[in-house]
Structures are given as C-alpha cells and as structure tokens.
Design a protein around this ligand. Structure first.
Ligand SMILES: Nc1nc2c(ncn2[C@@H]2O[C@H](COP(=O)(O)OP(=O)(O)OP(=O)(O)O)[C@@H](O)[C@H]2O)c(=O)[nH]1
Ligand SMILES: [Mg+2]
Length: 458
C-alpha cells in the first residue's frame, strides 16, 4: 500500500470513529480532516524581501513568483503540480469552496483574504510530492486594517497545516521586524511543533566580508534567542541565489550549506504521515481530557441523582399509603382511606376516590423530586464542580497539567451546557470510545507506519 492509500484509509477510519465524538464535545474536527486530505505542505514565511520568492523559484526551477526589492507579495500563493494538462491558476474563491482541498476553513476570514490566496498549478518535479506556499512578507508597521484580515491568525492556520515551515531572514534585517517577532514568539509555537520550523538566513552573498556576515549572523542569533526565549540557538540554514551572486566568491564554503537546506525542504514530504499522526494524537488527547472532565461531572451528578431518586421514591411510597390518612386526620376527609380499605378488604368497591389521593401524592412527590434535582441540586453541583474544575481530572504528570491548562476552558464550556437529560445521553460511552481510540487505534496506526517505513527502507 502506498502512502496515499494509507492516508486515505486513515482518513475514512478516523472520520468514522472520531467526527461525531468531536462534535459531541463542540470541538473542531475539520483540522484533523484537512491534514489528511491533501499532499505535504512547505510554508515559506519571513520578512519582506528576505528572498522567499527567489528561493521558491529556484526550487521549482522557473521564474514563477515575482521578486523585487520593495515588499512585493501581498498574497499567499500555493504552488502545486498540475493535473498533467495545461498549467493554470485557481483563484481563492474556488479554493475555499473545493472540499477536496484543505482550504475551506479560510472562508471565514472573509473576502479580503480570499482575494489574496491563489493556487498555481505547474509542471515541476518538486511539486509532484509537495505543495509550496509563498506568503506576503512580514512587515513592521501593519495593522489588521492594512491587510484587511488577521494576518497572524491566517499565518497560524497555514502553519498548523504545514509539514515544514521555512522562516527566512536576510542580513539586512536580521530578525527585527515586528511581525516576525510576533510570529516566532506567539503564533508558531502554538500552531506547530518545534521540529517543523527551520530558520534560514538568505542573501548571504550580499555580505561584503566575512566580518559583515558574522555581524549579521550574530545579530540574528541574538534576536532569535530573545524571540524564542530559549538559551540554545537553533540551527540556522544559509542560502543565496546563485544567479544573483558572484559565484567565485561563494564557491568555497557556501554551496554545501544551500544543499543542506534544499535536502531538508525536499525531505519534508516524507514526514507528512508522521505529522498527521502527531496532530491526531495531540487532538485526540485534547478531546480526551475534556471528555474525562465531563464524564467525571456526569458521574457525580448521577450519584446525586440516585440519592435524590431513592429519597423521593421513599417519600412517594409513604405518601401513597399514608397521605390520605394524614389529610383525613387534619381535614376529616376522605371518608375511606386506602389503608383502611385494604385492611377492610373493600378496595374494589371504591376505586376512583380511593386511588385519587394516593396517586396525586405519589406523582406530586416525584415531580417535586425531579424539579428540585434539576433546578437546585444539579446546578449547585455544577457550580461547585466548576469552582474546582481541576479536580475533575487526574493531573499526575506535567504533560497532563499542560494539556489541562490548554483545554480547561473547553471542558468548562461543555459542562456549562449540560442539563439533567444529559445524564442519559451517552457521555460515559463516548469517553470510553475516545480512550479506546487512543489506546488501540493510535497504536495500530503507529505500528503500521513503522512497519511500512522499515519495509520501504529495506
Ligand atoms: N544578491 C542576492 N539577491 C537576492 C537573493 N535572494 C533574493 N534577492 C533579491 O532580493 C529581493 C527580494 O527578493 P524576493 O524573493 O522578492 O523576496 P521576498 O521575500 O519574496 O519578498 P516579499 O515578496 O516582498 O515578501 C529581490 O530583488 C531579489 O532579486 C540572494 O540570495 N542574493
Ligand atoms: Mg515574495
């Protein structure tokens, strides 16, 4: 089975097992589905004029993307292989309405963004295995109004889907642009794994001397450690466009640096299936902890319900037999009570009046029991549980602590919506299903990928 078939099989199976469960907990399933829909993605982002479009043209082997010294691109361009026929462009409005492509959710950003997304279908070997996304350059002084859509959120959405994010800098602006800072600091860590992000300094041929280069490189490293908040400096790939550079000057050390970057980008395709599993694993764990919290609340509410039920039934049965006796003692009627009739053996001769009081008492008590549970006990339990919501889940590891921190508000939102009826709407079962998926299906998928990798490397 090839990678595509495996992916399709995974998509069908996962959808069947998880879609309804995600909906039950008001969680977005679309992200999982999107990541399994299409081909591997490489997202190229970075400062304006950092050489993104130039690098992409080199990878494709043709001058497809416009390049220029001033901010050039203001659109996201998805470059992918054509369908073997003529090369063509697809506008954003078509892309976001095509359910076979993973871009439908960009629709909600509105017209302004849609008119700034294009797909170019080209015949180029590298695009057979992956799609490359060129992006608008990051700028210093922009606001949401300038772009007409929330750039950081859109970037985050593309980043979440990408199997590799290439973040580019050039020696002239080594990491000081506001939008790059924002992206590295907040957007990217939240949306993507660290190992999916690589840093690149391009246009290195423009450094006149080694000292010039060292200064830029050092500045970038310093800025990077400030931005990532990490002590260690990540690997920084180096590149330059050979057709723009003085080849004699570059010949000695730099070509192999470029090769390393190109290999990394071409190799991204192979990781898509692992990334799909990684994302799936993460998101199922997220829904799992929400489900655990909801289930624990349902368990507590069910326990209280049975307490109420027992007391209510006891009172209802007592009033069934003694209610009319009490009324008679106070008001002097009815003439015949149920108990006295049973004892006298005359129940059969006064059917209606005899059972009227007992049944009224019985059902009134049951109704009072239900109302006091649903209007008083259930909301009170919910308030108390939400006041100490972290006690709803077991937080025995740092991983679970972090997971809970991320998902607590989702769990609370779910619990807030529950009513008494939900005690019987299958929450415990669905929580068990999610657990079973994590323990069995996930493991099987990993095994399958592992064995496929081993057999293909033999
Ligand atoms: N000397 C030299 N010039 C380069 C190199 N890479 C890009 N350039 C030039 O730098 C300018 C910017 O390059 P682009 O590829 O347009 O940069 P970009 O990141 O796509 O810019 P935006 O689309 O505005 O975000 C262009 O004039 C390129 O010709 C390089 O490695 N060496
Ligand atoms: Mg560009």
């Amino acid at each position: 089975m090839n990678e595509k078939d495996l992916q399709r099989q995974l998509q069908t199976r996962v959808r069947k097992k998880l879609e309804a469960l995600f909906t039950k907990y008001n969680m977005d399933y679309g992200g999982i589905d999107d990541s399994m829909k299409w081909k591997p993605l490489v997202l190229v982002i970075g400062n304006y004029s950092s050489g993104k479009s130039t690098l992409i043209n080199e990878l494709i082997g043709r001058n497809i993307q416009r390049t220029g010294q001033a901010p050039t691109d203001d659109s996201f361009t998805i470059l992918t292989a054509g369908d073997g026929k003529e090369e063509r462009e697809m506008p954003g409005s078509t892309l976001v309405n095509d359910s076979t492509l993973p871009f439908e959710h960009f629709k909600h950003y509105g017209e302004k963004l849609i008119s700034h997304i294009t797909m170019k279908m080209l015949n180029s070997p590298i695009l057979e295995d992956l799609a490359i996304i060129d992006s608008p350059g990051m700028l210093d002084a922009t606001s949401e109004n300038d772009r007409g859509y929330n750039y950081m959120e859109v970037l985050g959405d593309f980043a979440r889907m990408a199997d590799l994010i290439v973040l580019m800098f050039d020696p002239h602006k080594a990491g000081t642009i506001k939008e790059s800072y924002e992206a590295i600091r907040n957007t990217l860590p939240e949306k993507s794994g660290e190992h999916r992000l690589i840093f690149v300094m391009s246009r290195i041929d423009e450094c006149d001397h080694l000292t010039d280069f060292t200064r830029s490189y050092g500045t970038l490293c310093w800025n990077m450690s400030q931005m990532t908040g990490r002590k260690d400096i990540p690997h920084i790939y180096l590149t330059y466009a050979p057709h723009l550079a003085d080849s004699d000057k570059m010949a000695k050390d730099w070509p192999q640096e470029r090769e390393e970057l190109f290999d990394k980008i071409k190799g991204a395709a192979a990781f898509q299936i692992n990334h799909i599993l990684e994302d799936l694993d993460r998101q199922v764990n997220e829904v799992n902890i929400v489900a655990e919290a909801v289930t624990e609340f349902i368990r507590r509410a069910t326990r209280v319900f049975w307490k109420y039920f027992n007391v209510t039934m006891l009172v209802a049965v007592l009033l069934f037999f003694f209610g009319d006796v009490m009324i008679k003692a106070v008001l002097g009627f009815p003439e015949y009570t149920l108990l006295s009739s049973i004892r006298g053996g005359t129940v059969g001769s006064f059917p209606f009046t005899l059972i009227l009081f007992p049944f009224v008492f019985f059902f009134a008590t049951i109704t009072a029991g239900i109302i006091s549970y649903s209007r008083y006990a259930f909301p009170k339990l919910r308030r108390n549980s939400l006041a100490r919501s972290s006690e709803l889940v077991v937080l025995d590891t740092q991983y679970r602590e972090n997971l809970w921190q991320k998902m607590e508000s989702k769990a609370r939102e779910n619990i807030q919506k529950l009513t008494m009826k939900d005690l019987w709407s299958g929450y415990v079962r669905s929580s068990q299903r999610i657990k079973a998926f994590l323990n069995n299906d996930m493991k099987r998928f990993y095994d399958k990928i592992g064995s496929k990798r081993n057999s293909s490397s033999e």
